[in-house]
Design a binder for this molecule. Structure first.
Ligand code: ZN
Length: 218
């Protein structure tokens, strides 16, 4: 079997990495490694790494890099050699990028591409600010500008919609700031290695998907 593509989907919160990853996973037949999903899995299963992460979260502290790195790299190393993967939500800083590179290199592997979905700040603010979740079934809903999300009902179950603290305007601005300060430098790391491609991300999901596939040569 041919070697599957190994790549990172990179971008700010709200850039649509998860949506694109789901489309690409089915199309390219690769494993989707979502840092958020993996974290939830470890927390729910109470694995040793999950328990360590929980200790910090309970204290309201950031989960240290080594725990995050352990959770993701464990998964990467479990994959068969020829299996492709999409990393989504990792690496988030240059230390994590370096650890990923070391681990892959130890198994004579490397990343084929790092695809940066580049969404403008006004568009990010619009998307993140319009994110509401159903209280009953947790289904996400996109609320347009000038609409009152809290006055709407869930399209799936009729439940009440609310905005998570994380998605309120002040929190959204803070998440974008953290991304710029800590995560953007990772782009330089990958640019130096010649694997970075930039995709304009303000467009529709389908249009961005076409461009990502073209960038991957798929
Ligand atoms: Zn619902």
């Amino acid at each position: 079997m041919a070697q599957g593509l190994r790549f990172v989907l990179f971008g700010s919160p709200g850039a649509g990495k998860g949506t694109q990853a789901n489309l690409l996973r089915d199309r390219l037949n690769v494993t989707h490694i979502s840092s958020g999903d993996l974290f939830r899995h470890h927390l729910e299963q109470g694995t040793p790494l999950g328990l360590r992460a929980k200790e910090y979260m309970n204290k309201g502290e950031l989960v240290p890099d080594e725990v995050t790195i352990g959770i993701i790299l464990d998964k990467v190393m479990c994959l068969p050699d020829d299996e492709g993967f999409i990393l989504d939500g990792f690496p988030r800083n240059t230390n994590q990028a370096q650890e990923l590179e070391n681990t892959l290199a130890a198994g004579s592997r490397n990343l084929d591409k790092v695809v940066h979905i580049d969404v403008s700040e006004p568009e990010l603010l619009r998307r993140l600010g319009g994110r509401f979740v159903c209280r009953a079934c947790q289904a996400p809903h996109a609320i347009g500008e000038g609409e009152d999300g809290a006055a709407k009902k869930c399209g799936q179950c009729g439940g009440e919609l609310y905005q998570r603290d994380d998605d309120r305007p002040e929190a959204v601005k803070k998440r974008i700031e953290v991304y710029k300060r800590e995560t953007m430098p990772v782009l330089g790391f990958y640019r130096e290695r010649g694997v970075l491609v930039n995709i304009p991300g303000d467009d529709t999901v389908d249009e961005v998907n076409k461009q990502v596939l073209a960038a991957l040569g798929a």
